[in-house]
Design a protein around this ligand. Sequence first.
Ligand code: FAD
Ligand code: NAD
Length: 452
Amino acid sequence: MEHLDTIVVGMGPGGESVASRLLGEGQNVAVVESGLIGGECGYYACIPSKVLLRAPEAQWEAAGVAGLSRPELDWDGLRGYRDGMIRHLDDSAQVEDYRELGAQVFKGRARLVGRDPWRVVVNGTELSAEHVVLATGSEPVVPPIDGLSDLGSDVVWTNREATTLESVPERAVVVGGSAVGVELSQFLAALGSRVTVVQRGERLLDREDPRLCELIADRFEREGIDVRTGTQVSSVARQGRGVLAHLDDGTRVETDVVVLATGRRPRAEGLGLDEVGVDTDGGLPAVDEHCRLAPGLWAVGDLTGQAMFTHVAKYQARVVTDNMFGREHRADYTGVPRVVFSFPEVAAAGLTEAAARERGLDPVVAEADLTAELARPWTYASDPVARMGLVADRSSGMLVGAWAFAPLSSEWIHTAALAIRARVPVQTLRNAVFQFPTFSEGYLSALDRLDL
Ligand SMILES: Cc1cc2nc3c(=O)[nH]c(=O)nc-3n(C[C@H](O)[C@H](O)[C@H](O)COP(=O)(O)OP(=O)(O)OC[C@H]3O[C@@H](n4cnc5c(N)ncnc54)[C@H](O)[C@@H]3O)c2cc1C
Ligand SMILES: NC(=O)c1ccc[n+]([C@@H]2O[C@H](COP(=O)([O-])OP(=O)(O)OC[C@H]3O[C@@H](n4cnc5c(N)ncnc54)[C@H](O)[C@@H]3O)[C@@H](O)[C@H]2O)c1
């Protein structure tokens, strides 16, 4: 049996970041991937969803720019570009790249079978290593809807079918109204589907600031997306070539596809954690602040159940590899940005007012309509939308949260993300100088409004 430095299980962004760093340090590494190297993110999540949203976003932006006539959406062109961006679901070039970098590449499902040293089996081959890094991602939660399991993947979609769609359905019921639900609904609607969002929570994006939820709900209404909140789909049944969905508020919706966007859970089943005596939390991995499960056994990415973002998976890869090389690194999730790539973009970092209160802080909040105060929204569009809010802690005088609903906020939210993480006092931020005319100047408007 071959003994390696490290075995990386799962090659999404988390596993890839770990493997690249270890190979860069000259380690003897094996990588194991049961699907495609690049993971959910590269083929069925972040990349295709952002590609599919970009064309309608540009069209919406163009419609709001003085002196431009509205460009046409070209579905064949967009689908072709999407297919290229997801590499036609072919990772053979990635397999070759990792081999050239010196990794052993195994395509198959890995399972832990022993410890001291750690042992992993893949396709009947047993490998052992000093370290094993688990990076197996997450899978969609399937809600308990009567009749759902009788329907096939032609009419019941997860993010996979939605982001690889070949033709745009006439009607779609999107179940769940958080990040996945909002992104999928907006591109489906923009491409021509009649979309109904069924959201169990009282608001869209229900973990974000209620103002953001109102703003996105207002945007959806203008786009003709039918949003039903505080309700669920109770049953579904085939009706002709489509589906009839019954909601628990007594209403019915006819649709061509039901799109599940009801959350994700860590993909831990079948990893063999219990069998090798690793403590779990109800079957799910319980990592410590070093992203460690046991000496020499690590986990990164969605599998850890932390904020499920690619940037978090990549950050945890830095935490794990530092710790592996004896450079103490504790994971700190303060100020991690959260962006929903709707148009306009929804961006947030740090705590909402409610979360700040739950943590025992004394939050002071402010909101600014950037269209009333800044030049940039008006040089950007003739009918602009741009708002932001801040949350500060009265006793420490620090910024603890921020949100924005505005073009390019995925970029400029990082000012707040960094300030929150670096504990920059509000007073210091008020003294900052921002380029004119930019959306970033909005920080000064909102900071002025903070009663601190
Ligand atoms: C629609 C959608 C859009 C998203 N958009 C964004 C976005 O814009 N920005 C963002 O930051 N995040 C986004 N996310 C979240 C992001 O996709 C995840 O946080 C990210 O993919 C997590 O990376 P990971 O490496 O942990 O797992 P994954 O990307 O899920 O990769 C895990 C890999 O492990 C493999 N695997 C599983 N089990 C085994 C096994 N036993 N043996 C071997 N291999 C195995 C899988 O095949 C997979 O390739 C989005 C999610 C969805 C659903
Ligand atoms: N741009 C991005 O970075 C991005 C984009 C998409 C997803 N993601 C990540 O992927 C993960 C999964 O996102 P998500 O939106 O699927 O999950 P989520 O857990 O964030 O939200 C699920 C939503 O579905 C609703 N819901 C749950 N069960 C329901 C039911 N039976 N009927 C109706 N509504 C129901 C909930 O009220 C909730 O609002 C998140 O961690 C998210 O951050 C990130």
